[in-house]
Design a protein around this ligand. Sequence first.
Ligand code: NDP
Length: 329
Amino acid sequence: MSEQFEAILITRDEKKNQAVAHVELTEDELMPGDVTVAVAASTVNYKDGLAITGKSPVVRRFPMIPGIDFAGTVTRSSHPEWKEGDEVILNGWGVGETHYGGFAGRARVSGDWLLPLPDGMSMREAMAVGTAGYTAMLAVMALERHGVLPDLGPVIVTGATGGVGSVAIALLAALGYEVTASTGRISEEAYLRELGAKEIVAREALSGPSRPLGKELWAGGIDAVGSHTLANVLSMTCYGGAVAACGLAQGMDLPATVAPFILRGVSLLGIDSVMAPKPLRMEAWSRLASLLDPAKLMAISQTVGLKDVLSAADDIVGGRVRGRLIVDL
Ligand code: NDP
């Protein structure tokens, strides 16, 4: 019989009541795939919080090992690109949603979903970035493609103390942007300024119903919050600017008007990390490795064990996590 490893397992009964347990499994119980990985680290992302608490239908196959990302070492491979001993990372592709994920000592996945551990990054650093940080990079790259460059003026980041927000601020500051951070945790002002934010805006200033057009304040934005907040950010974006939308911490709705689009030429840029094509992922991870200061990355991260993942899931959905949570396997 193959060796046992620890895992978090989500199950559901006939009445669709969800249960989450810390269990021991063997490799024989993993789902099919052409590469097996000894997982060294994973992370708790907002989506993992939704999956474990059952607050949103993230998990679409039961039972499920949650964990939408991981870093580890290949132990077995029949995929042409990977061999035993290779250090790899994975984000998305339905892992932790429809395919067993990273909250386990072993993962078996398609080799097509894996990327090499970026040069110069440790596995812990890669997971300090995790899906949240990689999504922040995709959002920055989308703004750049749209021509929202540092000389155009300030850029706002919402959900600033969260995972996407923290990494987005660090990246934008490293690239020379003037960053405004919107947060519900004004007590974290020093943390946000340390990351590179120049201005701090209280969450309440943006979380209520928006006017069709507001004062033009920002050349662009990275929004992890959605709902009224995104509507307000759009209405306050300068002529020709753009907002990269990647999250729904306030809500999935978008109670906005078309005024910013048709009267100011503002663009709304959608960011999806899960199915992003491989060349884009490679570019994002290579830029993350070169732009992020490892000391800053560790300063925004806390490490938890696999057993702590359940309470961490409650905390992240409750908006009580600052920065990033690494799960040490
Ligand atoms: P976090 O929980 O770490 O950060 C979210 C932040 O949003 C919180 O820290 C808080 O920041 C703010 N927030 C929380 N609740 C509310 C609320 N009710 N109203 C306004 N602001 C709120 O999550 P992540 O950074 O990991 O993810 C952020 C969002 O991005 C999530 O919705 C997630 O699902 C999404 N996401 C999307 C991806 C994609 O592919 N598109 C990939 C990764 C994440 P503060 O206290 O500073 O205000």
